[in-house]
Ligand binder design. Structure first.
Ligand code: GBH
Length: 459
């Protein structure tokens, strides 16, 4: 595609994955079970009962995957470390064999000239900790910091940049209020306690990482571009409630050292429950970040819905009296997500306007799921994905032009992989994975992205 977006010198390109979505080898080398093993093995939870048991078999094929990254030409690779490989029961004995795997991966990446950017928590809590209350209890935040310290001690001589959490919104609200992610519960106060303990876990882990000599520490949020369905005051208020639930719950404590001011307006009676918040927590949570990771896929539109969702499959225990409305007149991806690239620019400029002290931003995920379309000759002409990436990278340059300090971009994802509750049917990869053989085939989008990176390097 012509008209390639141009980025400033020093801007970094990468690709991203997550442990449970690609590794497989679920019981190998002492890995303990995580809440996603339990969840995916529970009938009715994931599409077709699919699990991450073997996924992309990355655990054994990582040299081939690093070679794919090398040929892609990326500066950085974002992957996640599985807590249940490092410390199978969440506390107690450390599993050296688990750490050995990440040790090998980091060495392989560095030998290929790629900087490793690990995320410590991409949703795979050790099941043993879930059995003790999971993120609903404060102890998990403390154990998360211990796991961060253990991991940094082993990899810290070669890892410069660390991400504590991926998308705490999903763990708190999709996992504990909607029940579409592990652990799959639906209770209001525990969901809010989870949000708080994740923020605290981030803060405590960031401290531990810094103490271990980490050069840079950040956290990844799925911040959403939110707008009201109509210009009615009721829909405007619904969009404000959604803004709090999706964004302010995270950005206010992390970037402004305070809780959102409108919690009672947002989720009513539940807001009286603050028992999980302690004196001093905000200081831990709000310590300055070296960078903020943002995952962006699509905009959300909200309409006022002053009743509890009638469809039990969509019911949530944290009811903000709002329902998602569509974005008419645009293409939708295989996830049924609307493609509206200018909202990516707007999300970033709005965020900078709200937080003038915003740390440098890394786009830690962006990409699209498209139908599987292998050719007879084995090629994959994923034109829609190329167009999606092209438009979103242009939208990103618009944010840079508007003065937002974005330092890097990671495409989601290097590989087709286990898309959580959707199983393997949804494919986000720029490399196709044949799940019967685990064969990898770079798609057109892989070649397009390689071209973009090469053009950036030589400019
Ligand atoms: C990210 O989540 C993840 O970090 C990554 O692992 C994932 O593969 C990728 O994006 C693509 O999805 O309607 O309540 O069931 C993106 C956020 C969270 C969006 C779950 C869809 C379903 C919420 N996703 N959400 S619900």
């Amino acid at each position: 595609m012509s008209d390639l977006p141009r980025f400033p010198a020093g801007f970094r390109f990468g690709a991203a994955t997550a442990a449970y979505q690609i590794e497989g080898a679920a019981t190998e080398d002492g890995r303990g079970p995580s809440i996603w093993d339990t969840y995916s093995h529970t009938p009715g939870r994931t599409e077709g009962g699919e699990t991450g048991d073997s996924a992309c078999d990355h655990y054994h094929r990582y040299p081939e995957d690093v070679e794919l990254l090398r040929r892609l030409g990326v500066d950085d690779y974002r992957f996640s470390i599985a807590w249940p490989r490092v410390r199978p029961a969440g506390d107690g004995p450390v599993n050296d064999k688990g750490l050995d795997f990440y040790d090998r991966l980091v060495d392989e990446l560095l030998a290929a000239g790629i900087e490793p950017v690990p995320t410590l928590y991409h949703w795979d809590l050790p099941q043993a900790l879930e059995d003790r209350g999971g993120w609903r209890v404060r102890e998990t935040a403390e154990l998360f910091a211990e796991y961060a310290a253990i991991t940094a001690e082993r990899l810290g001589d070669r890892v410069r940049r660390w991400i504590t959490l991926n998308e705490p919104f999903c763990t708190s609200f999709v996992g504990h209020a909607v029940g579409r992610h592990a652990p799959g519960t639906r209770e209001g106060v525990p969901a809010l306690a989870t949000a708080h303990h994740l923020l605290l876990g981030h803060g405590l882990a960031a401290r531990a990482l810094r103490a271990a000599g980490a050069a840079e520490v950040g956290v990844t949020l799925n911040l959403d571009h939110i707008s009201p369905a109509t210009d009615s005051p009721a829909d405007a208020a619904a969009a404000r409630r959604a803004e709090t639930l999706h964004n302010l719950v995270w950005t206010e404590p992390l970037l402004a050292g305070r809780y959102p001011g409108n919690e009672a307006e947002t989720w009513g009676e539940l807001a009286r429950h603050q028992e999980f918040r302690r004196e001093g927590d905000l200081e831990v949570i709000g310590a300055p970040l070296d960078f903020l990771g943002i995952n962006f896929y699509r905009p959300l539109v909200f309409a006022d819905a002053p009743y509890t969702e009638p469809d039990p499959a969509l019911r949530t225990a944290v009811d903000i009296r709002a329902r998602e409305a569509g974005w008419p007149g645009v293409r939708r991806t295989a996830m049924d997500w609307p493609v509206v690239p200018h909202t990516f620019t707007e999300l970033l400029t709005r965020l900078r306007d709200r937080y003038p002290n915003l740390p440098p931003v890394l786009i830690t995920e962006n990409g699209s799921a498209e139908p599987d379309q292998p050719d007879a000759d084995g090629a994959v002409h994923d034109t829609d994905r190329v167009e999606y990436l092209h438009a979103h990278l242009h939208a990103l340059t618009a944010a840079l032009d508007a003065g937002v300090d974005v330092r890097g971009y990671f495409v989601w994802s290097l590989l087709d992989n286990f898309e959580w509750a959707y199983g393997y049917a949804k494919r986000f990869g720029i490399v196709r994975v044949d799940y019967a053989t685990h064969q990898r085939t770079p798609k057109d989008s892989y070649h397009w992205y390689a071209g973009l990176i090469a053009a950036h390097r030589s400019s």
